[in-house]
Design a protein around this ligand. Structure first.
Ligand code: ZN
Length: 888
């Protein structure tokens, strides 16, 4: 066995091959899955291209690329098309997420004309993508190969592209994708670009299974693949790919080889690692291993042992950061919670002077994303609007640039060029030859004067930075600095934000802000609301409910929705998500809003650009996987009880209420009965899988509550839930203690949930020395509370939801806290009210004879660092009340 571990960030931990339950070295099963999956992808490419080899190869390169984009490609739960002979009116293939549209676009563009111009309408674009005839074939690929694709992706993201300490912070997933991207940047006139891309994407795949002889292993994989393709009579021949892979460690420098070196920033890193070895513990021993020949070198590192390997990996990484990141980052107070960020920086003497730029990074974002999404009072529109934001910054922006690129160069933007896209922004890489002269201006001009954007009254902010040179790839913070500088241009857009004077126009019936310009079914709508209403009637919420999801069983939320509300279920979107079993129910719905803590610091403190890409991939994938696993856990608990997919009453609601799930940005609507345990399990997993911590706000309201206000309330609560190092912290305390996932929760029964109400509630109850409300609740504390109340396990929540005695059961659990709350309320404004409440709690502990009652009250008065200045009275009360309003 070869000792190899990937240094994961931001958790700053080396995970060795085999430690995560899977051993990749010599894993023949994995090898077979890789060969099978790649072969199937090739056969599908030939089928779609009707055996035209060139076309098939273009398609193949984009499909293989998707293997590295799994987090986008599968979205949060894989869907398949269900057999719905019944409904005739459903013609198109509506898909739930922007990234599935992206997948369809990258394939469809090779077969049909889907170019866009400044006047193309959104409706047109959606319809073209939805009517693509091979969508079902692509879906069947997901259906059949989902487990294999996931396993391969996880192997790729958990295996370092280079096993040596100091180089092991980049995964194969990001390295291979970047290599392919750089091959494309380096080779403007390549006629066999698709072969080059496939070779680049696969060239280091052998490292998964045979780290010591990875080229031989890659050839072995390709030969097995060729045999499969021959027996399947596929139109794709991989001889050329094999040659390119075989030569990537050869003498004469091939494109793949140069791209490989650039993608790993090898030139600069080698110098920095060598320098680090002079400074760190075990530096001498490590240096000896570096100096040995191939096989002996692997032996040498293996003989070091895990402990030294891990220590050296971390020390070198930290040293590299001290040479490449800016002073601004280390000086930031928030950076101190991360042990991987050095205390000081030193400008490296090993800087490389960039020569000729070959590629640019285009950053596209929607500056007013919150305002745009919360513009819509109906869930159906809001759900579509949030998908649309992602659609615009990823698929649509990609289409715009791709159209321009093909007209200039006759070739296509590779799928790899969309580096990331979530949270309302994206990064797209473009090659130099898209423009002659002022590239920044040319690229920005592509996004100017676009009719559909001005109809939506929405702006896309576009920034451009030099990214790749023929001898250097910029680091993330260098790119980001340049992008950030352009933010001052943010308001110099090509159309004025409209200013509305009151009284002159009829105002839109929907948003109440913009002038009405169109009528639809008796409603007078502004152009934004009109556009969204037109499109959302079949997409967004509806397509989420209408999809069939692959969990441990297949589930179609629509079937359950129809049983309660009939065909008209879309009118009861919120009631459905709240978990109504009949129309007269009174259950609440919860909004869960979450965001990663200190993301910009984590990303800015990257050693290389691929380090950034890696963090971004792991975050996006980890969050989606955590959601998917939590969902499966819920589905299994429901199956256990009902034995049928029709019994997935809560699971189908959670699936339908995903408003946003990408990267560290999460907004979900769920039945309030399951909100807290779902959030706790989901974010425990997400924290563990991504290394990020999260702040989480949960607000519960009646289904008819104006959703946009509840949304803003959840947002405010989320912001307030973040655990921060307090001012003047003592130096003895370990600062990483402050980097925790935290949850804040509120229930609104009689007052309107809004940002200002959240604010005033917090100021009322959270006080300096006698606080009844914590807000920044450590997720572990919330879990303990749920466990005590027997509401942590999904089986208990599911049986509560299905119980005849649900109301009584929950009331029992809440009674003690209700009693304390009402005592606290009456004494709130009296002198010593806080102390009286504390004394009352202690008396109740002594008095009560039920163990649960005693324990829950004891939880309130657990001392925090020896003091009782704050008790989580309202926090725990709201948490249990969330269940109470969930039973109706
Ligand atoms: Zn409107």
């Amino acid at each position: 066995m070869t000792l190899r571990g990937k240094l994961n960030l931001p958790e700053f931990k080396v995970v060795f091959d085999g430690e995560d339950g899977k051993v990749y070295e010599c894993n023949i099963d994995l090898e077979n899955k890789i060969v099978d999956t790649l072969a199937h992808m090739a056969l599908i490419s030939c089928e779609i291209a009707k055996n035209d080899e060139k076309k098939a190869m273009d398609i193949y390169a984009d499909i293989v690329s998707m293997l590295y984009k799994l987090p986008m490609f599968i979205s949060y739960a894989p869907t398949i098309k269900k057999e719905d002979e019944g409904s005739k009116e459903r013609k198109g293939n509506y898909v739930p997420t922007a990234f599935e549209y992206f997948f369809i676009y990258t394939i469809a563009r090779h077969l049909t004309d889907i170019t866009v111009d400044k006047n193309t309408s959104l409706k047109d674009i959606f319809e073209k993508l939805e009517n693509f005839e091979h969508t079902d074939t692509l879906r069947s690929l997901i259906r059949l190969y989902f487990p294999s694709i996931r396993e391969i992706y996880e192997a790729l993201i958990n295996t370092p592209a280079d096993t040596r300490p100091g180089f092991n912070f980049t995964s194969l997933a990001s390295h291979l994708q970047l290599t392919s991207l750089i091959s494309w940047l380096l080779q403007p006139h390549s006629i066999d670009l698709s072969y080059l891309r496939v070779a680049s994407l696969l060239h280091d795949l052998g490292k998964l299974i045979n780290p010591r002889h990875h080229v031989a292993e890659a050839i072995n994989i390709l030969e097995k693949l060729q045999n499969k393709l021959k027996s399947g009579e596929a139109c794709i021949k991989l001889e050329r790919v094999k040659e390119l892979v075989a030569s990537h460690h050869g003498d004469s420098e091939s494109i793949v080889q140069i791209a490989d070196r650039l993608a790993s920033s090898a030139d600069r890193l080698t110098k920095l690692v060598n320098e680090a070895l002079e400074h760190i513990e075990y530096g001498k021993e490590i240096k000896e291993c570096f100096n040995k020949e191939r096989e002996e070198s692997y032996e040498c590192f293996t003989n070091l042992g895990k402990e030294k390997y891990e220590k050296a990996s971390k020390d070198i990484y930290k040293f590299i950061l001290s040479q490449v990141i800016s002073l601004e980052i280390v000086k930031n107070e928030e950076a101190k919670v991360f042990p991987f960020i050095p205390e000081k920086v030193e400008r490296s003497s090993n800087e490389i002077k960039p020569v000729r730029p070959i590629g640019y990074l285009v950053y596209i974002d929607v500056p007013s994303i919150q305002r745009f999404i919360t513009n819509f009072p109906k869930l159906r529109d809001m759900s579509f609007a949030s998908m649309l934001v992602d659609f615009l910054v990823t698929v649509y922006s990609f289409m715009l640039i791709d159209t321009e690129f093909v007209s200039k160069t006759k070739s296509r933007l590779p799928a790899e060029a969309l580096l990331s896209g979530y949270g309302g922004h994206s990064y797209i890489v473009v090659r130099k030859d898209i423009c002659d002269g002022d590239c920044y201006k040319k690229i920005k001009d592509i996004f100017k004067g676009i009719k559909l954007l001005s109809d939506l009254d929405l702006r896309l902010q576009v920034s451009v930075a030099e990214f790749a040179y023929d001898n250097y790839i910029k680091n993330y913070n260098e790119v980001w600095d340049e992008i950030r500088q352009q933010f001052s241009e943010r308001y110099l857009v090509d159309f004025e934000e409209k200013i509305y004077s009151v009284g002159l126009h009829r105002v839109c019936d929907n948003c109440g802000i913009r002038p009405a310009v169109n009528e639809k079914l008796g409603e007078y709508l502004c152009s934004r609301c009109y556009e969204i209403r037109e499109l959302s009637s079949t997409r967004g919420f509806i397509s989420k409910v209408n999809s069939t999801y692959l969990l441990s069983v297949e589930v179609t939320p629509e079937e359950i929705a129809k049983e309660v509300f009939g065909d008209n279920y879309a009118e009861y979107a919120m009631e459905f998500i709240a978990g109504y079993k009949k129309l007269e129910d009174t259950r609440y719905v919860s909004i869960i809003k979450a965001d990663g803590n200190r993301g910009s610091i984590i990303f800015s403190a990257s050693a290389t650009f691929s380090d950034y890409v890696d963090k971004s991939f792991r975050l996006d994938y980890g969050v989606k996987r955590a959601f998917y696993e939590t969902l499966i856990e819920l589905a299994n608990a429901e199956m256990e009880l009902s034995k049928s997919a029709k019994g997935l009453l809560l699971t189908s609601r959670v699936l339908s209420g995903v408003l946003y799930l990408g990267g560290d940005d999460i907004t979900l609507l769920v039945p309030s009965i399951v909100a807290i345990p779902f959030a706790v399990k989901f974010f425990e997993k997400a924290t563990q899988l991504t290394g990020f911590t999260f702040k989480v706000g949960i607000v519960s309201v009646k289904p008819d509550h104006p959703i946009q206000f509840a949304f803003q309330a959840a947002d405010e609560l989320m912001e307030r839930s973040k655990i921060k190092p307090e001012d003047g912290i003592s130096s003895t305390k370990n600062l990483s203690e402050y980097n925790k996932t935290s949850i804040a929760c509120m229930v609104f029964s009689s007052t309107l949930a809004s940002k200002s109400v959240v604010h005033s509630e917090i100021s009322k109850y959270k006080r300096q020395n006698n606080s009844y409300l914590v807000v920044t609740n450590d997720i572990r504390k919330v879990k303990e509370l749920l466990e005590l109340a027997k509401l942590y396990e999904f089986k208990d929540v599911v049986s509560l939801y299905n119980s005849e005695n649900d109301k009584k059961e929950v009331r029992e659990k809440l009674r003690q806290l209700e009693d304390i709350v009402s005592y606290a309320e009456t004494n709130f404004n009296t002198s010593n009210g806080y102390l009286k409440t504390l004394a009352y709690i202690l008396r109740q502990i002594a008095r009560s004879d039920k163990p649960y009652d005693k324990e829950i009250l004891k939880k309130l008065v657990e001392r925090k660092e020896g003091s009782l200045k704050e008790i989580p009275l309202y926090d725990y009360y709201f948490i249990l009340k969330t269940f109470r309003v969930g039973v109706g």
